[in-house]
Design a protein around this ligand. Structure first.
Ligand code: PHE
Length: 341
């Protein structure tokens, strides 16, 4: 027993510190564990003679209590330190802002157009971008070899020339007329494709919104009033409009509508090619043979249709002079457009 320095052991225990859970655990193993110093003390009792055993036992017990009490105090110090750290969190600090994306300018203008037409009773109908020749051309009065097919350079599927990327959103009107009984009042927004050389003014991908109204008594006046209303809502009260006769195989009579140039207000500038007017849409009364192609009785029903691009109005609205910017998706370009729509 002579090698036992109990005073030294007590000192060691009293001076122990633990600044982390793992240090606390090290302390526990060292003094209170199965092979710890306190156990070791008690294992020596059997070697002591009966007389000394009693006083030694009392001493060892004292050391054991001190070691246990120290463990408890180290433990409680550690947990109060931890919760102290938590209390340092400042709940009044502002949060870390999450950068929010913005809508694409084409989506902003499309949503604005949709809202205007929904306001006067049109509902949105969307269809596939991959279409059949029938829906895109033949049903719309554009039979094979019709020169009008050349007006819309088409991407066909190499393995099946009956399948193509739609060149306009009109095929969606065919789908609706074939499956719905009049009255029909729809707008069809969507992406369309034409095999055109990409430049600042033209792209092989662009967007359209097409409108269709079929009922028992629909006149060209209804069409004009609808489009006047649209132009004023979309481009402002003092926007002037004008109709020019035109030709589309699926409408008769057909027209195109111009609005006064938003950039120069009709004075003449490079955007309107110094005419003061910008063409924004094609329209007309639905040709009876198109109705018949969709099994709608053309002696009872009639209607109007119109189709407008989204890119050109968006370019006018935001004064963008290159259509390619819409498709490059450069974040520095896209970040400039904010809208609630
Ligand atoms: N579909 C025509 C186009 O893409 C536009 C249009 C639609 C014209 C409806 C008249 C009526 O050029």
């Amino acid at each position: 027993m002579a090698d036992l320095d109990l005073e030294q052991l007590i000192k060691e225990i009293e001076q122990s510190t633990a600044s982390s859970i793992s240090e606390l655990e090290q302390y526990r193993v060292r003094y209170l564990g199965k092979k710890g110093k306190v156990k070791e003390l008690f294992s020596r009792l059997k070697d002591a003679d009966a007389e000394a055993r009693e006083t030694l036992g009392a001493k060892f017990n004292d050391i054991k209590y001190r070691a246990e009490a120290k463990f408890e105090s180290l433990k409680s110090k550690l947990s109060s330190k931890k919760s102290g750290e938590e209390n340092e969190m400042d709940l009044s600090r502002p949060g870390v802002p999450l950068p929010l994306g913005t809508r694409h300018p084409i989506s902003i203008v499309r949503n604005q157009m949709i809202k205007i037409f929904e306001h006067i009773g049109f509902t949105v109908s969307e269809g596939p971008e991959i279409e059949t020749d029938w829906n895109n051309f033949t049903a719309l009065n554009i039979p094979e070899d019709h020169p009008a097919r050349d007006m819309q350079d088409t991407f066909f599927l190499q393995t099946d020339p009956d399948i193509l990327l739609r060149t306009h959103t009109s095929p969606q009107q065919i789908r609706v007329m074939e499956s719905t009984a009049p009255p029909i009042r729809i707008i069809c927004p969507g992406r369309v494709y034409r095999n055109e050389t990409v430049s600042a003014r033209a792209h092989c991908i662009f967007h359209q919104i097409e409108g269709l109204y079929i009922d028992e008594s629909v006149s060209f006046t209804d069409l004009k009033q609808t489009l006047y209303y649209f132009a004023k809502e979309m481009f402002g009260e003092d926007t002037k409009t004008r109709f020019r006769p035109s030709y589309f195989p699926f409408t008769e009579p057909s027209a195109e509508m111009d609005i006064s140039c938003l950039i120069c207000k009709g004075e003449g500038c490079p955007v309107c090619k110094h005419s003061g007017w910008v063409e924004i849409l094609g329209c007309g009364m639905v040709d009876p043979s198109v109705l018949e192609n969709c099994n709608i009785d053309s002696s009872k029903y009639m209607g109007y249709a119109f189709g407008l691009g989204i890119e050109r109005p968006a370019m006018l609205k935001y004064q963008i002079d290159d259509i390619r910017l819409f498709f490059e998706n450069d974040i520095r370009f896209l970040e400039q457009f904010q809208s609630a729509l």
